[in-house]
Design a protein around this ligand. Structure first.
Ligand code: G4P
Length: 524
């Protein structure tokens, strides 16, 4: 099959939501529709990632599962779907942001009772940076919640995106009877889930169908009136606006009951964009180019404790991957033969024979690959746009056994390359300062240092409040570094970082050095 055809069939997306809105449940049910049923349990067990540290550890021990399920590929009707999992716990949000650079669309899941929550707002901002098209699923209609029309207003107000309802709920909570498809003119009656089977309630053609009155009684007439109102008061679906990230098609349902997801998937198949090209420092790479290009957006270390290997997740931007092919690892300027890449079809970590734009392949390595790395078939390219965020919490690594310094450095460096934490080495002392976006990270790192590197270390408070990458003319940078020695450090990629003891200090420093830029995100 031609490259272009294969590529046009790919749909690569991630789910964005506030914890508890139903991301795990939706994922599980989507896989059910995709026929990858054996995945369901595996996804469920990942729920631990929003729980306590100990749960997370357990999950990590079951790393086989968590890794396999961080990318899930499954066919649906005419398309091949790549669903990229994003960690649910907010402490892992940086990872989430980077996963979003590797998708072409996103599914926003909202709890009908809670409406738009803060994590969703943050994630939406990230999607907006790249004008990622967004589909919306309003979940838990089997419970009482906000009035659907008010909820759409809320999404429009808070998230500044137009809503185009595709389906409309018939009642909610105890009175939840089903959904009406505004474009197919069909009513699907609600049937509670029957175990793991993808259940489907009766489908009734036409809003005027007398069968509706028979089954719904007075709710049928209410529905007709409401649909009239909704059609008048809401936006109509517009493919162009959707692809521009300005309008989101909205579907209603109940994930736990497998209800409303079929309509969502059908909409997804029809409207979600095929793989898009990506910008590099020198030119735009189109998804239909013959030669293979890709970028690494995530690294997972020590997946197999026995082998100490690491897997780099690469999104294919263009071209076709074939097992055994030679790729240029641009940053280090070397050609490498990629023989054992892994794909994620049907939850099996099997060797990839071929992969196409939009697909994710896993590359084994021993630390040579970093987040943000570009691979090509020879061309000097560097994909841009993979962000590194300034951490908000800082701790100094305190070693129990001073003889273990080497192992500590190695462990901290490698773990920070996974992306969840960042390592800073101050210019004027030998401290190792770890920055993270969430507090849980320090516990996780301490535990993993012990398990994987045999180093016992504690993290103690350090007088750093915030960090900024410093950019500017070379001479000015040198002057700056000499002047404020006690507050500068290098990150793992040897980039200069200003580590400020207070926000006030940062503000003053920014004022004092107008020729320098202090930025809160750094692109890899
Ligand atoms: P998350 O990954 O976004 O954090 O959410 P998750 O799917 O774990 O769902 C959070 C809770 O909401 C779960 O309940 C789940 O069963 C429930 N849920 C998901 N979809 C629906 C729905 O359509 N209707 C209702 N009523 N509940 C839904 P839990 O009590 O935390 O876990 P569990 O013991 O039920 O598994």
């Amino acid at each position: 099959m031609s490259l272009q055809l294969e590529s046009s069939k790919r749909r690569t997306f991630a789910i964005i939501s506030h914890p508890d809105a139903g991301k795990t449940t939706v994922t599980e049910k989507l896989l059910l529709y995709g026929g990858a049923i054996q995945m369901a349990g595996a996804v469920k067990s990942r729920k631990t990632d929003r729980g306590a540290t100990s749960d997370w550890m357990k999950m990590e021990q079951e790393r086989g599962i968590s890794v396999a399920s961080s990318v899930m590929q499954f066919p649906y009707k005419n398309v091949m779907i790549n669903l990229l999992d994003t960690p649910g716990h907010e402490d892992f949000s940086e990872d989430t942001y980077r996963v979003l650079t590797a998708v072409d669309s996103a599914l926003m899941v909202i709890d009908v009772a809670k409406g738009v929550e803060d994590r969703t707002i943050k994630l939406m901002e990230v999607c907006r940076l790249r004008t990622t098209p967004i589909l919306t699923f309003i979940n838990k209609l089997d419970r009482e919640g906000k009035e659907p029309i008010d909820l759409l207003d809320e999404v429009e107000d808070v998230l500044k995106i137009a809503c185009a309802p595709m389906t409309w709920p018939i009642g909610m909570g105890k009175r939840f009877k089903g959904i009406y498809h505004l474009y197919n003119d069909t009513v699907r009656l609600f049937a509670a889930a029957d175990g793991q089977r993808a259940t489907e309630g009766e489908l009734i053609e036409g809003l005027d169908n007398p069968r509706l009155d028979e089954l719904l009684g007075s709710q049928a007439e209410e529905l007709r009136e409401e649909v009239d109102l909704v059609r008048g008061a809401s936006h109509e679906f517009d493919l162009e606006l959707f692809l521009a990230g300005e309008l989101t098609p909205v579907f209603f349902g109940s994930a736990v009951n497998n209800f409303g997801l079929q309509e969502l998937l059908d909409g997804f198949e029809m409207y979600a964009p095929a793989p898009k090209g990506r910008e590099t420092e020198s030119r735009f790479v189109d998804a239909n180019e013959e030669k293979l290009t890709g970028f690494v957006f995530k690294i997972q270390a020590n997946m197999d404790p026995a082998h100490r290997d690491r897997v780099a997740f690469m999104r294919i931007v263009s071209g076709k991957y074939e097992s055994g092919m030679k790729l240029k690892h641009v940053r280090i300027g070397k050609d490498v033969k990629i023989a054992k890449a892994i794909t994620f079809l049907a939850n099996k970590r099997e060797q990839a024979e071929v992969a196409y734009p939009g697909d994710i392949i896993g590359l084994h390595n021993h630390g040579t690959i970093k987040i943000g790395d570009t691979f090509t078939q020879g061309e000097e390219l560097k994909f841009t746009g993979i962000p590194n965020f300034a951490p908000e919490l800082f701790r100094r690594a305190q070693l129990k056994d001073p003889m273990k310094m080497k192992a500590l450095q190695k462990g901290l460096t490698q773990l920070s390359e996974e992306g969840a934490t960042q390592l800073f080495r101050p210019v004027n002392n030998n401290d190792l300062i770890l920055g993270a976006v969430g507090i849980l990270q320090f516990e996780v790192v301490a535990q993993r240092l012990k398990d994987e590197y045999n180093v016992t270390c504690m993290f103690e408070p350090v007088n750093v409040n915030t960090a900024r990458w410093v950019i500017g003319p070379k001479a000015e940078i040198e002057k700056f570094t000499a002047k404020v020695r006690e507050n500068v450090a290098y990150d793992a990629a040897d980039q200069l970082v200003y580590i400020a003891p207070t926000r006030v200090n940062l503000n003053l420093t920014e004022e004092r050095w107008p020729e320098l830029q202090f930025v809160a995100t750094r692109e890899h």
